[in-house]
Design a protein around this ligand. Structure first.
Ligand SMILES: NC(=O)C1=CN([C@@H]2O[C@H](COP(=O)(O)OP(=O)(O)OC[C@H]3O[C@@H](n4cnc5c(N)ncnc54)[C@H](OP(=O)(O)O)[C@@H]3O)[C@@H](O)[C@H]2O)C=CC1
Ligand SMILES: O=C1O[C@H](COP(=O)(O)O)[C@@H](O)[C@H](O)[C@H]1O
Length: 517
């Protein structure tokens, strides 16, 4: 190897022990019906059906067991739905022409039923179709499993759940189950979320309800527990003595295109911060769970949430990008934020005084989601490291998944000078040839396996809404107003000022560049 060249070592694949087997989850077989309600919609097309296809392609959904039903009000035939899906799946990133055959066999498993969301007629028809499939497949000798995925606006969840309960529950005497998957945003504030939880809770037990947050299915989010609790060197450092501040950042380089009507009712806090970023926050801040059993993990999440102090107005910056209101589905006087930076503070022994800065924005200068843990300055700084910048531990969730540690090293050469560098675990380079599964793929598989670890429990949801509801009400009442910002930029300058005030020190002149192969 020539000196100075990037050397990429091909490592033989190694098998790691799966820790899922400690989770008390017993694999099941038998007839499986997956029902996508809202099959005509955006989420179903872009996420739910592609995830099902990927699971099928990898052998996780067996053709002799599974059948998929689309349900919505739109009147289309089986073939029309299949053609719509084919058009989308064939053009998906990474799709190859040799998938055409497998795609056709997948689409043959898809059937469509049309009906409304609040009358028994459609759901009785749906039940008849599911039962026919169950009888044809195995019901004489096996159990049957029914998974209802609500790819629908939350306003129709109560009536849809009632219809499922009245008309479509699993009827096999031989066992099986009925589960429902509900999407975010689950409610608009504490009261509406609790009301929704009560309505659904009267119909289904908690183990039947899977409140999905797709950030919990992302590879690096799932890695957080392992990183924190399986590595000795993080244990003594992960606290207020060493960490100065933590940033959890979501940026998108596009606006609300095509979804302005939906977005304007919710805004960036309900769309991203109260759910996706808060889930990441728990995993960074919570204490070690008793075990990796879902209930133990979720108990710790609730505890840390309950230690969060009320958000202070002076620790919030809201923004709305210029041009947002040009969307005809957005009212001219909209007060909805498309950007927010919010500082959360935890009142406990580990984190007292450490700001957790949650930042999310649409129409910014890049698409990126990351966690940035910034350490305090080195005491007794004999190398004058301060001018190089602080140590940072960064977990890049997307794109270019990576974990890297920014640190100060001796600049190679005869001089005794220091420079910023990094220890870098870039996934594309380290795990060559390994496909990282899509979040929805993983989470749908978890629902089939009955693993609720990566889903939101009712008390967790309540604690999450408790944190944000007062601020959301101030925004809804027009008391807190978003500042205008230029699309394609960093968001309002006031957000950077808040970051600096919270203690974040930017390393000037240093940018981490993901290594290329
Ligand atoms: N799209 C995305 O990227 C994401 C969406 N989500 C969540 O997933 C769920 C579905 O989202 P998405 O697919 O974008 O939504 P859509 O607006 O595309 O709605 C899905 C389907 O629901 C039916 N529908 C729409 N509006 C109503 C209404 N007011 N009353 C009754 N039925 C209606 C329509 O079917 P029909 O008229 O044929 O019955 C539509 O095809 C939402 O909760 C959303 O917040 C979460 C993460 C990402
Ligand atoms: O839930 C949502 O997430 C997407 C971003 O998801 P990602 O996996 O691409 O990071 C966001 O665009 C959308 O507004 C929101 O509803």
């Amino acid at each position: 190897m020539e000196s100075g060249q990037w050397h990429v070592e091909k490592r033989s694949s190694f098998r790691s022990e799966s820790f899922v087997k400690d989770n008390d989850i017993v694999p099941e077989t038998g007839c499986l019906s997956i029902i996508v309600l809202g099959a005509s919609g955006d989420l179903a097309k872009k996420k739910t059906f592609p995830a099902l296809f990927h699971l099928y392609r990898q052998g996780f959904l067996q053709p002799d067991e599974v059948h998929i039903f689309g349900y919505a009000r739109t009147k289309i035939s089986d073939d029309e739905l299949r053609n719509r899906l084919r058009g989308y799946l064939i053009n998906e990133k990474g799709a190859s022409p040799d998938q055409s055959e497998i795609l056709s066999s997948f689409l043959q498993l898809v059937k469509y039923v049309s009906g409304s969301y609040d009358s028994e007629e459609g759901f009785r028809l749906l039940d008849k179709e599911i039962s026919e499939h169950e009888i044809s497949k195995n019901s004489q000798e096996g159990s049957s499993r029914r998974l209802f995925y609500l790819a629908l606006p939350p306003s129709v969840y109560p009536s849809v759940c009632r219809m499922i309960k009245q008309c479509c529950m699993n009827k096999s005497d031989l066992g099986g189950w009925t589960r429902i998957v509900v999407e975010k945003p689950f409610g608009r504030d504490l009261d509406t979320a609790e009301e929704l939880s009560t309505q659904i809770g009267e119909l289904f037990d908690e183990p039947q309800i899977y409140r999905i947050d797709h950030y919990l299915g992302k590879e690096l989010v799932q890695n957080l527990l392992v990183l924190r609790f399986a590595n000795r060197f993080f244990l003594p450092l992960w606290n207020r003595d060493n960490i100065d501040n933590v940033q959890i950042v979501f940026r998108e380089d596009f606006g609300t295109e095509g979804r302005g009507g939906y977005f304007d009712q919710y805004g960036i806090i309900r769309d991203i911060i109260q759910n996706h970023l808060l889930q990441v926050f728990y995993l960074v801040a919570m204490e070690k769970p008793v075990s990796i059993k879902p209930e133990h993990i979720r108990d710790e999440k609730v505890k840390v949430l309950q230690s969060v102090l009320p958000i202070k107005d002076e620790e919030v910056v809201l923004g709305q990008y210029e041009g947002y209101k040009d969307d005809p589905t957005v009212p001219d006087d909209s007060n909805t934020p498309t950007f927010a930076t919010i500082v959360l503070r935890i009142h406990n022994e580990r984190w007292e005084g450490v700001p957790f800065i949650l930042k999310a924005g649409k129409a910014l200068n890049s698409r990126k989601a990351e966690i940035r843990v910034q350490f305090k300055d080195v005491p007794g700084d004999i190398f004058k490291c301060k001018k190089q910048g602080r140590n940072e531990f960064v977990i890049r969730l997307q794109p270019s998944e990576a974990i890297y540690m920014k640190l100060t090293v001796k600049q190679p050469g005869l001089d005794m000078s220091t420079a910023q560098s990094e220890l870098d675990l870039s996934y594309r380079q380290r795990y060559q040839g390994v496909t990282i599964p899509e979040a929805y793929e993983r989470l749908i598989l978890d629902t089939i396996r009955g693993d609720q670890q990566h889903f939101v429990r009712r008390d967790e949801l309540k604690a999450a809404w408790e944190i944000f509801t007062p601020l959301l009400h101030r925004i809804d009442d027009g008391e807190s107003k978003p500042l205008p910002y230029q699309p394609g930029g960093r968001g309002p300058a006031e957000a950077d000022e808040l970051l600096a005030k919270a203690g974040y020190v930017q390393t000037l002149g240093y940018i981490w560049i993901p290594p290329t192969l």
